[in-house]
Design a protein around this ligand. Structure first.
Ligand SMILES: [Zn+2]
Length: 367
């Protein structure tokens, strides 16, 4: 199914559902002169607005890449979910203000049977519809759609609690609408902030999901010529567009012709299976017997003494030039990264004095 079309279809449905609810609530609200129901109706307008934002965002995000924006416009979707999060936060603020006022000046609820039925039906519609939107948002990796769904479900909870509060105040003649509203608006705030943080995180550049990086590395390593996959870096240009790079380890007796075939194959397979454009770099691995195994063992033993070192890879010995290459990944938390690196090099040199060590400090960009 076409992702863009589906997101737009569901959002359009969201606009229709919310406009119908607005009409009903305003009519009932004015007929029974209930401010709560009128406000509830106005809140539905905000939901229709978040669907409009989702449609505009999805449309803009799907524009083809051009000279000015060669990575496409996919990141627009993060901007639209930031906008939806702001709408949710504003709705939460409005709910808080109204409820706080009600808490200070409790008034006996005077709901007609008709208005209670309208609230109940509207809440049920929003709850079911909200769940549907949220599920679709997850399926199509659309943050703004998921956020709209959360928003709808939140609204349903507000309406239902209004209903419960009305029931309680009618039965026991105490007003709890205000306190309940304050509690709920805090939850709305929490949901809004979470969506905001996630979208902003994606704009800033978040760590790649460890399940994806694990799957991708396993996929690459299935090729028998690949001895290991390291330094997987992925950059996201919207939920549907990722580019990145990886280093693979190959036997040092492979020819350029063979490596050419291998790396192209990996790039093609990864694109076909994951939709990710991946550049493949290589590390050589010693195939002939020699001092390498002993050296690598010594290095591995050394590295184990430093809990800050997360990984050592790319180990290769050039016997002609007497050079030893390897990369270290040191925890971001460690402040003395270069000290650790120099320490390890110094200790290796003590044991293998004839060699020069060429070490790269890699960044811990993915799991
Ligand atoms: Zn590396």
């Amino acid at each position: 199914m076409n992702r863009e079309k589906e997101i737009i279809r569901i959002s359009a449905l969201g606009i229709v559902v919310n406009i119908v609810l607005v009409g009903f609530k305003l009519a009932v609200g004015f007929l029974s002169s209930s401010i709560a129901i009128i406000l509830d109706g106005v809140n539905n307008l905000a939901d229709a607005l978040s669907s409009v934002v989702t449609i505009i965002g999805t449309k803009l995000a799907n524009r083809a890449p051009d000279r000015k924006h060669p990575y496409g416009y996919g990141k627009v979707e993060y901007v639209s979910s930031v906008t939806v999060a702001v709408i949710i936060l504003l709705a939460g603020f409005a709910a808080f203000r109204e409820s706080f006022d009600k808490m200070l000046h409790p008034a006996a609820a005077s709901y007609s049977a008709a208005s209670l039925v309208i609230i109940a039906v509207a809440a049920a519609v929003k709850l079911i519809f909200g769940r549907y939107i949220k599920k679709a948002g997850r399926t199509y990796h659309s943050e703004s759609l998921t956020a709209s769904g959360t928003d709808s479900m939140m609204d349903a909870v507000i309406s239902l609690s209004t209903l419960a509060a009305a029931g309680v105040s009618m039965a026991f003649s105490v007003s709890i609408e205000g306190i309940l509203g304050v509690v709920i608006s805090v939850f709305i705030f929490k949901a809004g902030i979470e969506i905001l943080m996630e979208s902003l995180g994606n704009i800033i550049g978040a760590r790649v999901d460890s399940r994806l990086s694990g799957e991708l590395k396993n996929f690459i390593c299935k090729n028998p010529a690949v001895l290991g996959a390291y330094d997987l870096a992925l950059h996201q240009y919207g939920p549907e567009r990722m580019i990145g790079s990886v280093h693979i380890e190959v036997p040092d007796d492979m020819t350029a012709r063979e490596i050419h075939g291998l790396t192209r194959q990996i790039t093609e397979d990864v694109y076909r299976s994951f939709g990710i454009v991946l550049t493949v770099g290589i590390y050589a691995s010693n195939t002939m017997s020699g001092i390498f195994a002993e050296m690598k063992e010594a290095l591995a033993g050394l590295v184990r003494e430093y809990p800050e070192v997360l990984q050592m890879h790319g180990f290769y010995v050039d016997t002609e030039k007497m050079l030893v290459y390897f990369d270290l990944i040191i925890d971001f938390k460690a402040e003395n990264q270069t000290e650790i690196e120099q320490d390890i090099i110094r200790r290796m040199k003590e044991r293998f004095a004839a060699y020069e060590f060429i070490v790269i400090l890699d960044s811990d960009v993915s799991d």
